[in-house]
Each structure stands twice: as structure tokens, then as C-alpha cells.
Design a protein around this ligand. Structure first.
Ligand code: KIV
Length: 291
């Protein structure tokens, strides 16, 4: 956690994340796509919160991140923005919002920064996207790269496949990482790759690496918050550590509420409002009998 200044807790910035890498302090990140969770995560002292396009699955019920639109991202990002006062708030550029050309990438990033209040944007892709990253950084927008398993390229990759298992694939990932660093990315997400490759990339880069399914050697870790909390229905990937079963807890609470309503245990007298005794003698008598 960073120091507290007389003005309050110090806001996390890309240079502070870089300093953490050099102090060998782990950078702790999670996704945040709504007001209450973003507020809880920010108050818990996380370094970076990502309004991530995984919200397509966790919040919107899509099968993948591909259908997520810039407008949908914006609604969730704005909710997180209203809650986050300390962590660096990064927003995903959704599929289709930056692939066409550099101009559309800049226009989409500006929407997330100016309207949504993102402090940085993230985009998926290696050396082929380096020019785009350069362009956004030149326009004053901090960019986080994302290499390895790329959910937005799931169709090209033929599924959610772990990367970097062969030496050719490992070398390609390292080349991608170096190209994005040269282009000015302030950090890289390394997703779904052999941990030996993630270690090599982390050692080779001056900028921090944030791993998800990329092993222990990254400079930081990120998970999808709903996975960590056990709020969802899909298969749990190997790299997820589930700290809670929120789906079960919510289901238990709602079933209990249903039973209490049916058995007239809810609401109790204490949970009801009562008429003022002095105003209506008839109500006052009834209210007395209630107790
Ligand atoms: O959208 C997301 O949740 C992400 C993480 C997997 C890094 O991009």
C-alpha cells in the first residue's frame, strides 16, 4: 500500500506501479464493474482496478467478451469511477473499438477517458498493436498491453488455450512484450501462459507485468472479482483461487427470505412503521395489542 499524505490516501499512478516493481512489492489488481464492489475493493487498498470486458460474461450473460460494446463498457466504468478514489482505474477497450484503425482506437480510448473517467486503457494484442499503443500514449493516454491468451481473439486461437508452451510461442510472446514496452505501454497483462515464459518476460521488461493464469513470477496479479468471490455459474479455471462461494450465500439468503415471507415471519413488528399513539386512539389500541 502506498503512503498516506496530509490530503488523504495517495492515488496510485503508473510511475508508482513502476516503483513497486523495483521495490519487489507485488501489484495487486482485480476487476471492478459496479459501484458497490469497486468501493469495497478500493477501500481494501488494491493498486489497480480494471473495468474489464469480462463483464460481458460475469454481468451481462454473454458467452464471450466479443459482444461487449463501448456503451456497455461506459456504463460499468462510470459506476466504478464514482466509487474509486485511490486505485488506478483502467478500462478495457472492447472488441471492435480499436481493431479497425488508429483513429478509431484513439476515439474509443478518448470516450473511456473523458466520459468514463478511466485513467488508462487496456487493449489486447502484441507487436501488431504497437503502433496503436504508441499513438494513444502520444495523445496522453496511458496504455496497458495484454498478451498471451487473448479472449477477444478466441476464434483465431481456436479456444481459450494456454500460450507459450513451445519455444517458438515463448519467443513470439517475448517479442510482443518488448514491442509493447517500446511503444510506451506502462504495464502488461500476461494471461494464460506457461509460468516459465512469464518469468522470462518479467525479467526482460522494465515495466511491470500483471499475471492472470501466468504463475507466481509476475510483478503483480489480477483475477476477475466474480471468480474470486464465487459469483457465477461457469467452470472454474485452474488459476482461479475462489475465496468465497457468493452464489451459494446469496441463494441461501434469498430462499430464507422466501420462507420467512410465506410463514409470515417477515416483516416483524420492529420492521414495520407504527402510527403515532396520540393521533389515532383506535390505531394506538391495535398497535398495543400487536406487541
Ligand atoms: O476483462 C478482464 O477481466 C481482463 C482480465 C482477464 C485481465 O481483461
Amino acid at each position: 500500500m502506498s503512503a498516506t499524505t496530509p490530503e488523504g490516501p495517495r492515488r496510485i499512478t503508473p510511475p508508482l506501479l513502476l516503483a513497486k516493481k523495483y521495490r519487489h512489492e507485488k501489484i495487486v489488481c482485480l476487476t471492478a464493474n459496479d459501484y458497490p464492489l469497486a468501493r469495497i475493493l478500493d477501500e481494501a487498498g488494491l493498486d489497480l482496478l480494471l473495468a474489464g470486458d469480462s463483464l460481458g460474461m460475469t454481468r451481462l450473460g454473454y458467452q464471450s467478451t466479443l459482444p461487449v460494446t463501448l456503451s456497455e463498457m461506459l456504463i460499468h466504468l462510470k459506476a466504478a469511477r464514482r466509487a474509486v478514489t485511490r486505485a488506478l482505474l483502467v478500462a478495457d477497450l472492447p472488441f471492435g473499438s480499436y481493431q479497425v484503425d488508429t483513429k478509431s482506437a484513439l476515439e474509443s480510448a478518448l470516450v473511456l477517458v473523458k466520459e468514463g473517467g478511466a485513467e488508462a486503457v487496456k487493449l489486447e494484442g502484441g507487436h501488431r498493436y504497437a503502433r496503436r499503443v504508441e499513438h494513444l500514449v502520444a495523445a496522453g493516454i496511458p496504455v496497458m498491453g495484454h498478451i498471451g491468451l487473448l479472449p477477444q481473439s478466441v476464434r483465431v486461437m481456436g479456444g481459450y488455450k494456454v500460450q507459450g508452451k513451445t519455444s517458438e510461442s515463448a519467443e513470439a510472446l517475448l517479442r510482443d512484450a518488448l514491442a509493447l514496452q517500446r511503444a510506451g505501454a506502462f504495464a502488461l497483462v500476461l494471461e494464460g501462459m506457461a509460468q516459465e515464459v512469464a518469468r522470462e518476460i518479467t525479467q526482460a521488461l522494465e515495466i511491470p507485468t500483471i499475471g492472470i493464469g501466468a504463475g507466481i513470477h509476475c510483478d503483480g496479479q489480477i483475477l476477475v472479482t466474480e471468480d474470486l468471490l464465487g459469483l457465477g455459474f461457469g467452470r472454474k479455471p485452474r488459476f482461479v483461487r475462489q475465496y468465497l462461494n457468493l452464489t451459494q450465500l446469496v441463494s441461501n439468503a434469498v430462499r430464507q427470505f422466501k420462507e420467512d415471507c410465506a410463514a409470515e415471519r417477515f416483516p416483524s413488528t420492529e420492521e414495520a412503521y407504527h402510527a403515532d399513539n396520540t393521533l389515532d386512539p383506535v390505531l394506538a389500541v391495535n398497535q398495543h395489542a400487536d406487541r
